[in-house]
Design a protein. Structure first.
Length: 286
């Protein structure tokens, strides 16, 4: 290639790369709207088949725009949702893999901030100090990093390395609760309620804090986000051996219509499935 041709070719490559990035970011917005359409789906089998393809499409787009926060967040949310809704109850090992994929996509967003990246490598107090300087805009990235990370922890309670992450997860979700308490239907309070309620006091649990967070979550989502009831029953009601509350919470899930929260029919359908499984396990739990 002649020098003049080379000089013309290099800008063309750069321009083509820019066009690809712009295209990916434009399509990313469409995919995000499509993902919202998926969360409105009530047929679990249909959603289970559709979700992996959507996640892989996001990953393909990330190859051309690896630092795109929107795509990274959707991948984190997608893997966390898939593991929670369709995998952890049937194949724990696969669920661990998917939860960690979700966590790692979330971390790729957080680590774009140098101070937060350093803090993540240090102590929970360092992370708390770094997050204290961040605004409400940082909430989605923090939530969708902590959520799959917590999902992994929830099914890996015998792993010391996983347990060691608890203080950082607590800091992250407290940040979300403080900056935007209602984010994802009070999801931070649901997470913290589960964190404090799924362990005995001897192992660091705190039933009082658990109940407070669950009640806050239910107030924020008006009881329409049915997963709140499921995890309230699974963690707090079980740990305190409150059989009456356990029954009350799960019966509410059973009788609720999926249309009480049209934007989240899929999540509520998953909650109904999990509630049914919990009721079937009742004799083992009480």
């Amino acid at each position: 290639m002649k020098p003049l041709q080379l000089l013309l070719f290099i800008p063309l490559l750069l321009f083509t790369g820019c066009i690809q990035t712009i295209a990916v970011r434009s399509v990313g917005g469409i995919v995000e709207e499509g993902y919202d359409a998926l969360t409105e789906e009530s047929d679990l089998q249909f959603a289970e088949q559709a979700l992996p393809a959507n996640i892989k499409l996001l990953e393909v787009m990330l190859k051309n725009d690896p630092d795109n926060e929107r795509l990274l967040r959707l991948c984190a949310e997608g893997y966390a949702s898939y593991a929670l809704g369709f995998v952890e109850d049937v194949d724990v090992e696969r669920a661990r893999v998917f939860y960690l994929r979700g966590r790692d996509y979330g971390l790729r967003i957080l680590e774009q901030d140098k101070n937060v990246k350093k803090a993540l490598e240090r102590s929970a107090d360092d992370l708390k100090a770094a997050l204290a300087k961040k605004s409400k805009d940082f909430v989605p990235a923090v939530f969708w990093t902590a959520f799959p990370w917590g999902g992994y922890l929830n099914i890996t309670l015998t792993d010391p390395e996983a347990i060691a992450a608890i203080p950082k997860l607590e800091v992250m979700m407290n940040f979300v609760a403080e900056k935007d308490s209602a984010f994802y239907y009070g999801g931070a309070h649901l997470f913290l309620g589960t964190l404090y309620g799924s362990r005995s006091r001897f192992l660091g649990g705190n039933p009082d804090k658990s109940k407070e967070h669950f009640e806050t979550a239910l107030r924020l989502n008006q009881g329409k986000f049915l997963m709140s009831h499921v995890y309230y029953a699974k963690s707090y009601a079980f740990q305190t051996q409150n059989e009456e509350l356990f029954d009350e919470l799960l019966k509410h899930v059973e009788s609720a219509s999926l249309d009480i929260l049209p934007n989240f029919r899929l999540g509520n359908a998953i909650a109904k499935k999990k509630a049914k499984m919990l009721m079937q396990m009742k004799e083992e739990l009480f």
